[in-house]
Write a protein that binds this ligand. Structure first.
Ligand SMILES: NC(=O)C1=CN([C@@H]2O[C@H](COP(=O)(O)OP(=O)(O)OC[C@H]3O[C@@H](n4cnc5c(N)ncnc54)[C@H](O)[C@@H]3O)[C@@H](O)[C@H]2O)C=CC1
Ligand SMILES: O=C1O[C@H](COP(=O)(O)O)[C@@H](O)[C@H](O)[C@H]1O
Length: 255
């Protein structure tokens, strides 16, 4: 991708993992919700993703969008996910199509499929359980936030089918820096390390595809998400595994 890549939600946790890991790899343009408390290393805009004029400017001469902006709380109130996650994503897709953006990478979530866990936990978080989700399953959101993420995927399906933009939905697990989530089976089943997060988004920007839904986790022994699609289509090669750490998050000797 030689053209500019727009990164929304750039000051957040996922945005920071991507900026730190891929700072020099792309001609980034950041969208921050509020003025950043640091001097960014790439051009940026500040404002709300539902601001049509702002996102039209943000999408000018852009080849790809990595869309992270949104309310990430599993217990976010409906009016917040409706405005920030659903409406904001629709407004950004409209601007991306108008600007001729070729590729749209969307931060979906494990919560888009949360209710698959209801009758299977905690066993499915353990290494001897062979239940897998592979991205072809219909969403089963676990909360209103999860509904908004599944809706973001469907919005992408429409814009792909209607306008031909390439779309990669990444159902991100649990991004945690430096170690897996401590003493948390669900978290260790879906841990995504910072370096795997950056690598996965790099592959989503580099690979050729039409419309994809992949899982964004490290290669955890506890996983119940299949990584085959991300590996086969995107060329994802995760380096981390929560099994290389003790349950309390400290690294095992050979980690
Ligand atoms: N951190 C994680 O483990 C996971 C994150 N995700 C998704 O990844 C994305 C990023 O998540 P995080 O970095 O953890 O969240 P975060 O809250 O750290 O970052 C989100 C950023 O988006 C901005 N933002 C929110 N609403 C906005 C709007 N209407 N217009 C412009 N900017 C807006 C916020 O100010 C914030 O800087 C979110 O969409 C979240 O749902 C999904 C699964 C797991
Ligand atoms: O979508 C998200 O999921 C992760 C993991 O979910 P959790 O309920 O096990 O914490 C969450 O940490 C993150 O904030 C959220 O955006």
């Amino acid at each position: 991708m030689d053209e500019t890549v727009l990164l929304t939600g750039a000051k957040g946790s996922v945005g920071t993992a991507i900026r730190e890991g891929l700072a020099d790899e792309y001609d980034w343009r950041y969208l921050f919700h509020n003025p950043p408390p640091f001097d960014p290393d790439h051009p940026y805009l500040v404002g709300d993703v539902s601001d049509e004029e702002l996102v039209a400017e943000a999408c000018e001469d852009v080849g790809a969008v990595v869309h992270l902006a949104g309310d990430p709380r599993r217990d976010a109130p409906w009016d917040s996910v409706l405005e920030n996650n659903i409406h904001g994503t629709k407004v950004l897709y409209d601007a991306a199509i108008e600007a001729g953006v070729e590729k749209f990478v969307f931060a979906s979530s494990n919560h888009a499929v949360g209710h698959f866990e209801t009758d299977r936990k905690p066993e499915l978080y353990r290494t001897d359980d062979d239940f897998r989700l592979d991205g072809t399953e219909f969403p089963r959101p676990g909360n209103h936030y999860g509904i908004s993420k599944a809706t973001g995927e469907v919005i992408g399906r429409y814009y792909h089918d209607e306008y031909g933009i390439d779309v990669c939905n990444i159902r991100i697990g649990n991004l945690t820096k430096g170690h897996p989530p401590k003493e948390y089976e669900r978290g260790q089943a879906m841990w995504l390390s910072y370096r795997d997060c950056a690598h996965l988004h790099d592959r989503a920007l580099q690979a050729d595809y039409d419309f994809e839904i992949v899982y964004g986790i490290s290669d955890n022994d506890r996983k119940y998400y299949s990584l085959e699609r991300a590996k086969d289509v995107l060329g994802y090669e995760p380096k981390d595994n929560s099994a290389d750490y003790h349950f309390d998050g400290t690294p095992k000797d050979d980690a």
